[in-house]
Design a protein around this ligand. Structure first.
Ligand SMILES: [Zn+2]
Length: 442
């Protein structure tokens, strides 16, 4: 691949601790898929391809640390419902209609939406994950994919484990997790089996656990253990896990998670907790104090309505300040660190993505902060958390490849992607077939 340079750009620097900063007038040098140098701008520097970064801010491409990408097909089709009805009246009856083609068409739309908004990687959990992989590869985005299984699916566990094995070998931009759906839909035997395969074959596990405190209480009543204790006794924590949501993680669970902190991450998707009135948000302060990595995600668009990670980042800052009743908590620097380093850790790619540093993947979003909603620009870091819009993203690189240029996808025909999704969307939300893929009763 030729040598590429982003010339004369402001670069967001996210240290492991302390304040983030923006270094103006930098050249970012890319060779193949890697950042090879970041230097003060020098007009005599040459490259095969030069992107003019004048007036733009370069930041690490965003990572959506928990989503179900094909659920964009159900955007706006399950509104004003509590979690039980959302699952039992809408989502799980709709998912009877899933086919490989419908999943692929949805995933292509999701990849387009995310790339145009500066998202360079998503961590996904869904059915027909091979189709999601195909969409990700085509679009140029990076993805970590967990093929979903319930214990109620006949031979579902072994088939899903095989699907993970196949995905892990597929493409340099694709990684794979084992995907038991949740502690309330997968029994302890199957969680143990997943943990054993994860340990033996070097996979991580991505699942939903302790989504609400009601779930935690139900687990205590049924099994005498919190969902986190179930994950410990089945070996899932020992194997290494990404937990989606964790709003029902109790103080007593934090001491358990601390013992596995080096291989545990939690993805927080707070818009969903507000919308479904789940009562709590992820206890990020306690998790971080226990050494657990926390990232930010959107969850599926059937509840989040967008795959806009900027929106999720803003929600994390706002809901954490509210939760802790402390306006000085979750500062702009800490929010940006969670959204970059934290989400990279949640994706299992610490040291590879999440920061713009030499030796990291060239996953970059170039953002234009000149719009009226960002001006005057006293602090670009504050703009990135509180006023930026996904449409402010101008150019996006993934693994050194330009996938969005001047707000247009280079890899897919957006009109065709949207038309395909519109032509099939009604088949996904049709409930006339009856039945459901699962029943919510934690
Ligand atoms: Zn989810």
């Amino acid at each position: 691949m030729p040598r590429l340079m982003i010339r004369n750009v402001s670069v967001l620097v996210v240290p492991e601790q302390g304040e983030c900063r923006v270094d103006d007038a930098q050249d970012v040098h890319v060779q193949d898929d890697l950042i090879v140098a970041i230097t003060p701008t020098d007009p005599s520097d040459q490259a095969d391809e030069v992107i003019d970064g004048t007036g733009l801010l370069a930041m690490p491409g965003l990572v959506n640390s928990h989503t179900h990408s094909p659920m964009v097909m159900m955007r706006g089709a399950a509104e004003d419902l509590a979690i039980e009805d959302w699952f039992n009246q809408r989502i799980w009856p709709m998912e009877v209609n899933l086919t490989p083609e419908r999943v692929r068409v949805g995933a292509r739309l999701a990849c387009a939406e995310m790339l145009l908004g500066g998202v360079t990687m998503f961590v996904d959990h869904y059915f027909h994950a091979d189709q999601i992989a195909a969409a990700a590869i085509e679009s140029g985005i990076r993805a970590d994919l967990a093929p979903t299984f319930f214990s109620s699916m006949e031979k579902g566990t072994e088939a899903a484990l095989d699907a993970t094995r196949a995905l892990a070998r597929l493409h340099p931009r694709i990684t794979a997790c084992l995907g038991p759906h949740a502690t309330y839909t997968v029994n302890e035997d199957d969680l143990r089996r997943a943990a054993e395969v994860a340990r033996d074959e070097g996979f991580r596990i991505h699942l939903h656990a302790a989504e609400t405190d009601d779930q935690t209480q139900a687990s205590l009543d049924k099994y005498g253990a919190t969902p986190i204790q179930v994950l410990e006794r089945t070996g899932v924590l020992d194997a290494g896990v990404l937990i989606a949501h964790g709003c029902g993680i109790r103080v007593t669970d934090l001491a358990i998670l601390e013992r596995y902190a080096d291989r545990t991450a939690v993805a927080s998707c707070p818009k969903v907790y507000l919308k479904l009135a789940m009562g709590e948000v992820t206890p990020i302060k306690g998790l971080q104090a226990a050494g657990v990595s926390v990232g930010v995600g959107t969850d599926g668009a059937a509840v989040h309505n967008t795959l806009d990670v900027w929106e999720a980042i803003r929600m994390v800052a706002l809901t954490q300040k509210q939760r802790e009743n402390d306006a000085e908590w979750m500062t702009i620097s800490d929010t940006l660190r969670l959204a970059t380093r934290g989400s990279a850790a949640a994706a299992g790619l610490t040291g590879k993505v999440g920061v713009l540093e030499v030796g990291h993947q060239a996953d970059v979003a170039l953002v234009d902060l000149s719009g009226p909603h960002n001006q005057p620009l006293h602090d670009p870091r504050a703009a990135l958390v509180y006023s930026v819009r996904a449409s402010d993203v101008v150019t996006v690189l993934v693994a050194g490849q330009i996938v969005v240029r001047d707000r247009r996808l280079t890899t897919m025909d957006l009109d065709e992607v949207v038309a395909d999704a519109r032509s099939l969307a009604h088949t996904l939300v049709d409930l006339s077939a009856g039945g459901a893929v699962q029943h919510y009763d934690p």
